[in-house]
Design a protein around this ligand. Sequence first.
Ligand code: NAD
Length: 295
Amino acid sequence: MTQIAFLGLGNMGGPMAANLVAAGHAVTGFDLMPDALAAARTAGVTVADSAEAAVTGAEIVVTMLPAGRHVLSVYEAVLPTVAVGALMIDCSTIDVASARVAHGKAAAQGLASLDAPVSGGVGGAKAATLTFMAGGSPDAFARAEPVLATMGRKAVHCGEAGAGQAAKICNNMILGISMIGVAEAFVLAEKLGLSHQALFDVASTSSGQCWSLTTYCPVPGPVPASPANNDYKPGFAAALMLKDLRLAQEAAAGAGAATPLGAQAEAIYAAFAAAGQGGTDFSGIIRHLREAGRD
Ligand code: NAD
């Protein structure tokens, strides 16, 4: 049993903390939202009055917060209270630069740290099937592995500080671009009188094959479990895809990488979100492309 503090008990953090409790760990949690605290208490999390109180005595501190500024302000508040030798694991999806600053703040207090964003969404958080992509020292990763294994199915050590966030935004940039590509192909097929099933049967066994097509098909029918069959309820909301594409563009600008399709994908999802569709599953971008074709 490990004494774990869990800060940020929202859609992802709530079920992740519940899985740590179910595995027999002593979990003390904190969130700003009373509803999140109530749900965590029901799941067996000991609820603290503040983030500082939650981390007192913790061997491991897990954060699952919205963005870099939240992680840095929470680190600022709690690091002086965290016991020397404890391990900080940030599972939030944040910008690479903030992740590196967070590692630096932890190191300055004598603490080991890992950036360990996840893939797998709320379903994966509930079912403990998340994939973690981690950045930090090999020693920090080795210490985190047993805890990550109770919240997910796979953990990949991607490299030093910030490498987990880098892997996450690179993967999601591929995903955003490929979803738009698959959706464009279906819209073109519709205009050309080709059935959804015919395009699927060909492309899913040809060189157009990809996850956005075969697992998450953006038209109803060929892949019954995809959100297209459920009126594009997320799944993975377009607003979150836009967040990740923005992080990728920030990182690309900072690193001097040419990512023209990533930039275009960000602009397309930004227009979709501006049209009030941020809460729609990201595969619903096909509706936006159909509309654009009517101009
Ligand atoms: P969420 O908004 O449901 O949860 C975030 C929680 O953090 C909220 O409950 C909020 O009250 C809490 N919080 C904010 N500031 C705080 C503070 N100072 N102290 C304590 N709690 C604080 O968001 P989520 O969907 O759980 O996502 C969390 C992170 O995981 C994000 O970085 C997101 O990009 C990433 N992520 C989400 C998904 C998904 O499908 N939802 C998938 C992969 C990664």
